[in-house]
Ligand binder design. Structure first.
Ligand code: G3H
Length: 535
């Protein structure tokens, strides 16, 4: 395979028309400001053939903001929250829902542009970029439904031991949302939207790769929400995020990225007990392939699990323990399936393997394969590990052992380690001793064997998948992890809880108190104390 030839001479016009995106705007305190200082240039994972060489394509730039703007963003978010007295946090749920629905209505108009930018910026296939957009819209609508449901349960009074109370969920304050580059839209909005809808004010910083696609939303945020409710920051985390944490005024950190960065951010906060964290961190999800398994489905799910979006998913299957008796057959079929995957530019029909954002990623994958080879592994598949510019062809490695970095490091890419095992205790010990505990997959067709594994393994990870790859969705399922993999649980309904706290109004059940409450309810004097049933 000549990888060089996969790069085009130019980006097709239907996507080029969105370029370049020279973003100068940022949103703080309801105002779209014009940035006049330093910018960060953005290059697409898509490269172009130029003569004998290959060149990265510059697709735009965005503001490299400073500590001054982070202070402004924080002030705006604090002012809009106003210690819980602001318009947004005191607004009734039904009204807040209207704002979110208006946002989503206008967001949908940007589907083409945002999906194209997502594809151009991070190299996700166009089909998956649309999927990410649609999944996000659906997530927001499901969030609205979940909040209505939550509010309906809270619309009644609870009476116990002579005390009557109305219990609701209230916002927490200022939320800092930071999403990852692999799902820059979806995973940012799965924290941003629940945080907003629960009445918090938000500062959001998109990931380094994955900024420009958010630009079309700036005006919508500014038009739809009261000022200061949504504020944006772009640039280097050390410069703009550290001061926010040091201020001690961030109430919730919603961060999806590495545990190293999460630790730095948490430690920088000067009032740690006031900080709530919702973190989605690394994972090294294990596939256990039992001796008796339906091989075609096992390999199909293994390919999807390890190579969807080139393996750049926190939920990806990142190490395979395969029973030694079937390892050869597994590797043969896996190699055959890899060969069928189309490699190319993200806008091509049926493309599966696409280019990466950073050349350093390619170097990293190479170093992992070199290290594995040095310690006795072989690249099993044809062309495995070949690379050119931003493309790295998947490398299936076997036999992998604990001396190799790939055995324990999260590769976040298309390097697939296979460990042949003789005894089931080997994969179990791996899972028990791993620093991570997100999910795993068991492939097999013996119900007794599977049942014996399920019971201990559910206490090691947070989702055990049977004959299926690991994944986050459906989004109503709880998504979390143990050990260094996560803090807090996300799902459509869990996210509403994460970004709020239960608070109640209670009164002794005297006639006077009942009359006061009755009057507040009848005369609709409070947003909190009310028994309206949202339809
Ligand atoms: O990167 C981690 C994502 O949450 C994975 O989501 O399993 O739907 O691809 P997914």
């Amino acid at each position: 395979m000549n990888i060089k030839e996969l790069f085009p001479d130019n980006i097709p016009e239907r996507f080029r028309k969105y370029l370049p995106v020279e973003q100068r705007e940022y949103l703080i305190n309801g105002e779209i400001h014009d940035w006049k200082e330093m910018n960060q240039e953005v290059f697409s994972p898509i490269c172009l053939r130029k003569g004998n060489g290959i060149e990265r394509v510059r697709i735009g730039s965005y503001p490299m903001m400073t500590a001054r703007e982070s202070e402004m963003a924080l002030d705006a978010a604090l002012k809009a929250y106003n210690n819980g007295l602001g318009e947004w946090p005191t607004m009734g749920v039904e009204k807040r829902i209207e704002f979110i629905l208006e946002f989503v209505r206008r967001m949908k108009e940007k589907r083409e542009e945002v999906s194209a930018l997502l594809m151009l910026e991070i190299g996700k296939s166009l089909k998956d970029s649309y999927k990410e957009f649609d999944r996000t819209v659906e997530y927001i609508l499901d969030t609205v439904d979940a909040l209505k449901e939550l509010d309906r349960t809270a619309s009644r009074f609870v009476i116990s031991q002579g005390i009557l109370a109305q219990i609701r969920r209230a916002p927490l304050g200022v939320v800092l949302c930071m999403g990852p580059y692999n799902y820059p839209l979806n995973e940012t909005f799965t924290t941003l939207i629940p945080a907003l809808i629960m009445g918090n004010t938000v500062i959001f910083k998109p990931p380094k790769n994955g900024v420009l696609l958010h630009r079309p939303f700036l005006k919508i945020f500014a038009d739809v929400f009261p000022k200061g409710v949504v504020n944006t920051l772009y640039g280097d985390g050390k410069e703009i995020i550290t001061p926010l944490m040091k201020s001690g005024k961030i109430d919730v950190l919603a961060f999806i990225g590495s545990s190293k960065v999460a630790d730095i951010l948490k430690k920088a906060h000067t009032r740690p007990h006031r900080l709530r964290c919702v973190l989605g961190l690394e994972a090294k999800n294990v596939a256990i392939v039992l001796k008796n398994t339906e091989m075609v489905n096992t390999v199909k799910e293994s390919v999807l699990g390890s190579l969807s979006f080139n393996g750049q998913r926190c939920t990806a299957l990142k190490i395979f323990f395969v029973h030694r008796d079937i390892a050869e057959e597994f590797l043969k079929l896996f190699s055959k399936e890899i060969k069928k995957l189309k490699v190319g530019m993200p806008y091509e029909e049926d493309v599966f393997i696409t280019p990466f954002c950073e050349l350093s990623q390619i170097e990293y994958f190479k170093s992992l394969t070199d290290d594995a080879i040095k310690h006795g592994a072989k690249i099993i598949n044809e062309n495995g590990g070949d690379s050119e510019a931003t493309i790295f062809y998947p490398a299936l490695l076997c036999p992998v052992n604990n001396k190799m970095r790939i055995y324990s490091e999260e590769q976040f890419g298309p390097v697939i380690p296979v460990v042949p095992y003789d005894d089931i205790s080997e994969p179990i010990d791996y899972v028990v001793n791993s620093n991570y505990g997100q999910q795993l997959s068991i492939f097999g067709n013996d119900e007794n064997e599977i049942a014996r594994l399920v019971d201990p393994l559910v206490n090691q990870v947070c989702r055990v998948n049977i004959n299926s790859q690991c994944q986050r969705g459906p989004d109503i399922f709880p998504f979390t992890g143990r050990k260094d993999s996560a803090e807090g649980t996300l799902s459509v309904s869990d996210a509403l809880r994460v970004f709020s706290i239960r608070t109640l109004v209670a009164a002794k059940e005297t006639e006077e108190n009942k009359q006061i409450i009755r009057n507040i309810l009848r005369k609709r004097k409070s947003s909190f104390l009310n028994t309206d049933y949202i339809l």
